[in-house]
Design a protein around this ligand. Sequence first.
Ligand code: HQG
Length: 184
Amino acid sequence: MSEDLNTISKILSFVLRHQPENIGLILDAQGWASVEDLIAKANQHGQHLTRELVVQVVAQNDKQRFSLSADGLKIRANQGHSLKVDLALTEKCPPEILYHGTASRFLDSILVEGLKPQARQHVHLSQDEETAIKVGQRHGKPVVLKIAALQMMRSGHCFYLSENQVWLTERVPVDYLTVLNNSR
Ligand code: HQG
C-alpha cells in the first residue's frame, strides 16, 4: 500500500473504530458510516479524500481492515473498535491453539489478571505466531502467549472470527495461557 493510502487507512481506523465525532461523523449501531458523509466530513477537516481513494484503501489494505456494504454506499471497520458497535459476529469453533502477541512489560499483570480487552471490545488472537510477534512489537519487546482456545470454548467461552480473519474473544483467563518466549 502506498504512503498516501497508509495515511488514509490510519485516519479511517481512527474515525471508524474510535472517534467518529472528531470529524462529526455518525456511525449506525452496526458501525457503518455513509461513504459520502465520510468523504465530505474528512475533507472539511483538511483531507483530500475521494471515493476512488476510499475504494482503493478498502481493496488494498494490508489487513483488510474495512468493508464496504454491498451497494457501496456504506463503510465500516471489520474489528478493533473501542466504540460499542454490534458487528453481528457469528460464533465460531476456534482451532486448538491461538496466539496473542504482547509486550514483556505487560506480562506480570497478564499473568495475574489474564488477557483483558483493555480499550477495545475484544481480546485479539491470531492463528499464527508470526502475526502475534508483529502485534506484540507495536507495544515493546514482544512476548507470545499460547492460548488453549478449543479448551476455553469447551468451558463456555465464545470465539468469533472477524471478516478479516482476526480471532476475537471477551477475555482469556490465566489458566488458558502459556508464555512461549519469555526472554525477559
Ligand atoms: C495488553 C492491531 C496488562 C495486550 C493488531 C495488548 C491487532 C494487558 C494491550 C489489534 C492485559 C492492548 C489489537 C492485562 C491485555 N494487563 N496488559 N491484564 N490484558 N493486555 O492495541 O492485541 O493494525 O488494544 O496484550 O494487529 O495489541 O489496529 O490490542 O498488548 O489485531 O488493525 O494490552 O490491533 O490491528 O493493546 O492489538 P491493543 P492488541 P490494527
